[in-house]
Each structure stands twice: as C-alpha cells, then as structure tokens.
Design a protein around this ligand. Structure first.
Ligand SMILES: NC(=O)C[C@H](N)C(=O)O
Length: 340
C-alpha cells in the first residue's frame, strides 16, 4: 500500500549568522566561522521530519553585518520564489545583529498572503556547550507549519518567543534574551506547541511596496542613499554640509522625542532632501507635533518617524524615495506607523 505524504512543505533559506557558526572552542562566542550549512543545521533536529517535508537553499553564509543590497535582494527573491512554488511556510535563518532590518524590509515589500514567513537566528554558535540554534530552528519550523501563523506578517522565532519582524529590535548585544522588546511579542512555545496571545493581525503601519519594477534586468536593486545621524551633545553641524552632498535623505536619532539643538534643527530643516526625525531611545515615539515648526509647515522636509527607530526609518524612507514619493506622501506613510 502506498502512503501519501501530507506533511506541510517548508522551504528553508539559509543566510548565515551565529546559528550557522562554528567557534574555536565551546566557550568562544566571537571570532567564529560561518561553516554550518542548511543541511547540517537540519541534521541537528532530526525529529523535524515528523512535522514537515523540508527543502532548503543556501542563499549565502555570512555574518548579518555583511548583508548588503545584493544579499537583501537575494533573500527577497528566494522568498518570492518559494511563495510562487507554493510552499506552506518559509523559514529564513539569519544573523541577529541586522535581523530586524531584513525582516522590516521583507515585511514592507512582500505580500505573503497566507504563507507564514518566519525568521530565526541564535545567540550562541553551533559549537557552544549548549547552542540555542537547533531549538530555535525547530521552533521556527513549528511556527511555519502552524495554521494560526497565517495573516500575521513576517514572524521571528527566537528563545521561545514569537515576535513580529516589523517591531523586532535587538535590545541587548549579548545573551539569549537579546530580543527583549516590549511591543510586538505575539506568543510563546510549550515544547513544540505554538501558543499565540492574539488572533492574527498585521502590525499597524505595514506597507506594501511592489519593488518588482525597480529590479533591473540584471537582477540589481539600487536603493536610494539614506544616512543615519546620531544626535549628541556638542554636535558639529558642519558634518551635515559634508554628508548632504552624498545622500538622498537623512534619518536623525534625536535626543529625546524629537528634540535637537536649535542650530542642528535649522541646518536639517533647510536641506533639500527629506529628513526623518527618529530617536535614540528604544521605546516611545516621535509624533509630528514634536517636529520643529511643524504647525507652520515652515520646515517642509522634516518627517516624524512615529515608533520607527533609525534603522527602520532608513528603510521606509529608502522605499518611499525608490517610488519617487513626495515629502507629503512620505509623511503620510510614516504617520500611519502611529496613527499620527
Ligand atoms: N547572534 C548573531 O547572529 C550575531 C552575528 N554577529 C550576526 O548577526 O550574524
């Protein structure tokens, strides 16, 4: 009698990160090499074959600090391809340092329909005395096969926590609980059981940019150049004049909730490129009412980031500029982030 395999089909896209790393000893958590491929990662969780039929693709094997536009596009194309191929779920293995940038980019550029897209990484390399990667990968696949994961946008499974990729933020440079942000935690695990706290919904402010026309026939994407500036005491505004020659836009991490020294405000607000006012603080938001002279619209190039931190503001501004949006339309997109 022939048996029909009815297990969900999952596609793994492996990109590297600590989850794919080997260190020189079991206590060494830096200076590792990215030597673990998708096949070896899956070999560490043999029980997964009872839950899903898995195919994999090695997109690259790098530290996430080295993810550039070409790799970002390769991840985007890998996800698009897996969606076209009708997989039931997609899991992307990725380094944690820039995980939130990739998940935010994918959330805003891919409409996943009913197919869960789940990112996963680890804080310890595979050679650690107790690596977290295998369990994190196992749980990410559990999320990808769970019907309750549909309609929630891009998800992240790390350290027994399911989060939205949109709100994700690495809040600690080390430690298993490195993704300790307050907003955007959707659920947890008990063993391999996925438990959501909420019914499916997408985070407020998700955009849906169709970038397919902007990808060249050679498969390249040239995103506009946006620099992030970090506000601090004794800021030398001459730096802005120098940088402004090279950019299509700026994001400024303001000192508080939109506050900057007067001289810096005046400098930024007289530039011909858009400037998004974001924040150094991990939590809280910048409403448009906190922008300099917003009532009179005197400074027409300044935009409030809402809840978005500088990295995410950079990506949203890049996508808006890629689509040649006016400053007013960019401001609208940012205001959707907090309903402002
Ligand atoms: N835990 C990690 O994955 C950190 C690593 N440096 C990366 O982002 O690739």
């Amino acid at each position: 009698m022939s048996s029909v395999n009815t297990l969900p089909r999952i596609k793994i896209l492996a990109t590297g990160g600590t989850i794919a790393a080997k260190g020189s000893s079991m206590t060494r958590a830096i200076d590792y090499k990215f030597e673990v491929g998708a096949q070896e990662m899956l070999a560490a969780i043999p029980d997964i074959s009872q839950l899903a039929t898995i195919d994999y693709e090695q997109v690259c094997n790098v530290d996430s600090k080295d993810i550039n536009q070409d790799i970002l596009l390769a991840i985007y194309s890998g996800i698009k391809g897996a969606l076209n191929d009708g997989y039931d779920g997609i899991v992307v293995t990725h380094g944690t340092d820039t995980l939130a940038e990739t998940t935010y980019f994918i959330e805003n550029t891919i409409d996943e329909g009913d197919t869960p897209i789940v990112f996963v990484g680890s804080l310890r390399p595979s050679t650690s005395s107790s690596p977290d990667g295998p369990m994190n990968l196992y749980e990410a696949i559990c999320v990808a096969v769970d019907p309750n994961s549909k309609g929630r946008g891009v998800l992240v499974a790390i350290n027994d926590q399911i989060s939205t990729g949109y709100n994700l933020m690495k809040t600690s440079a080390n430690g298993l609980g490195a993704f300790g942000m307050k907003n955007g935690i959707l659920g947890t695990f008990v063993n391999n059981k996925v438990c959501y706290y909420f019914k499916p919904t997408k985070p407020v402010g998700c955009q849906n940019f169709d970038i397919s026309n902007e990808i060249s026939s050679k498969g390249k994407l040239d995103l506009p150049i946006v620099y992030i500036i970090y506000g601090h005491q004794c800021f030398d505004t001459a730096m802005i004049d120098h940088l402004a020659k090279h950019v299509d836009g700026f994001v400024i991490a303001t000192m508080g909730s939109g506050t900057l020294p007067k001289e810096l405000n005046t400098k930024l607000a007289n530039l011909s490129v858009p400037v998004v006012y974001s924040k150094k603080a991990a939590e809280g938001l910048i409403p448009s009412t906190n922008l300099p002279a917003v009532e009179s619209r005197k400074f027409s190039n300044v935009i409030a980031s809402g809840f978005l931190n500088p990295e995410k503001s950079r990506i949203l501004l890049q996508l808006c500029l890629l689509k040649n949006e006016s400053v007013n339309s960019i401001r609208e997109k940012f205001s959707e982030v907090y309903g402002g």
